[in-house]
Design a protein around this ligand. Sequence first.
Ligand SMILES: *[C@@H]1O[C@H](CO)[C@@H](O)[C@H](O)[C@H]1NC(C)=O
Ligand SMILES: *[C@@H]1O[C@H](CO)[C@@H](O)[C@H](O)[C@H]1NC(C)=O
Ligand SMILES: *[C@@H]1O[C@H](CO)[C@@H](O)[C@H](O)[C@H]1NC(C)=O
Ligand SMILES: *[C@@H]1O[C@H](CO)[C@@H](O)[C@H](O)[C@H]1NC(C)=O
Length: 335
Amino acid sequence: MRLLLATLFLAQVLLYSAHVVPLSNRVINCDDDEAHQVAAAAVQYINAHHHHGYKFALNQVEKILPLSLHGTDEMFFIELELLETVCSHVNPTPLEQCAVRPRIQQAVEADCDFKVRKHNGTFEVLRVKCKSEIKSSEKIVCPYPDCSLLAPLNDSRVVHAVDVALHKFNSGNTTNFYSLHEIGRGKIQHGVSDVEFIATSTNCTKEDAGSGLKACVEESGPNAHFASCSGTVVKLPGAVDEDITVNCAIHEPQPRSDAPQPAPVAPVHPGFIPSRFHHDLHFNTMSPHSSESNSAEHHLLAAHANRAVKRSLTGQPVQSNVRNVPLCPGRKIHF
Ligand SMILES: *[C@@H]1O[C@H](CO)[C@@H](O)[C@H](O)[C@H]1NC(C)=O
Ligand SMILES: *[C@@H]1O[C@H](CO)[C@@H](O)[C@H](O)[C@H]1NC(C)=O
Ligand SMILES: *[C@@H]1O[C@H](CO)[C@@H](O)[C@H](O)[C@H]1NC(C)=O
Ligand SMILES: *[C@@H]1O[C@H](CO)[C@@H](O)[C@H](O)[C@H]1NC(C)=O
């Protein structure tokens, strides 16, 4: 009875919402090329609109539901699992060349729901909602005795390591003075601090900067250079000095429509750094005014989920005689 009511409700909702034709007969499997095309457009949208931390890559298409609109337009509801890569968000390296961060490094995993319209052959992301967490952090099995977990970004040892690594970078052969833009990750074990951070060029030379930081601002526009850096700071027990290594890749300026105002450069201070462990992916473009259509979509997706067939271990659908049922979720691309 309840199911019948839900079905009737769904049918009504669909009939009354403009331009939407009830569930199309079309079935897209989660690993069909078409599903991966929609997923690629969604992932591209995420990486273009996510301005901290690291780029994300597709790990799995969990669900996809196509709806016919008027004309040849279509709407897709797609649910994806994404994984953090090692490329920072300022790194222009194409996503395909960005390795996914290994699980042992506590990769961040995100689950996202998208609503994507296909119009005249091009995809447009209309809505996205994501939440993220460290992948299996509580379940991480450490194969080595000296495994270490992420430290909070405002941990004073992390901040110190970033500070001295950046100083070492600035004492190199660049002409401009670079300031800290963002701390990406920090890890501490046995007196060794491993950090990743983003530095940004300022309008000061190193001589300007040496005479006081107040007049330096982050460069913007065509002069703005970001650098993705990793640093290791080792202080052995009993040693006086720290051993500092730093490696930075300086990126060419990237066009960005919503660039923030140049910020005055301030010395690194833990008090200004959020006390989180990792950069999350938190998106919610759902408008509070569209609750009605959201609830219709919710029912639609729920009805769809009930039709999904689970894969058996052999990769074949468990009930191969059921027609019009998508084979979902798709395979895990990475882990
Ligand atoms: C559809 O796309 C094609 C090629 O991408 C373009 O030439 C055409 O003008 C577009 N049509 C409309 C109505 O936007
Ligand atoms: C600056 O140093 C880096 C690394 O040491 C080197 O790759 C680069 O060629 C140097 N640039 C100049 C202009 O000397
Ligand atoms: C950097 O830009 C700021 C703001 O435009 C300006 O006040 C400052 O003097 C500039 N610094 C240098 C060294 O040119
Ligand atoms: C990090 O931030 C948290 C919350 O803001 C704060 O309680 C903690 O003292 C900070 N740690 C350091 C080392 O500043």
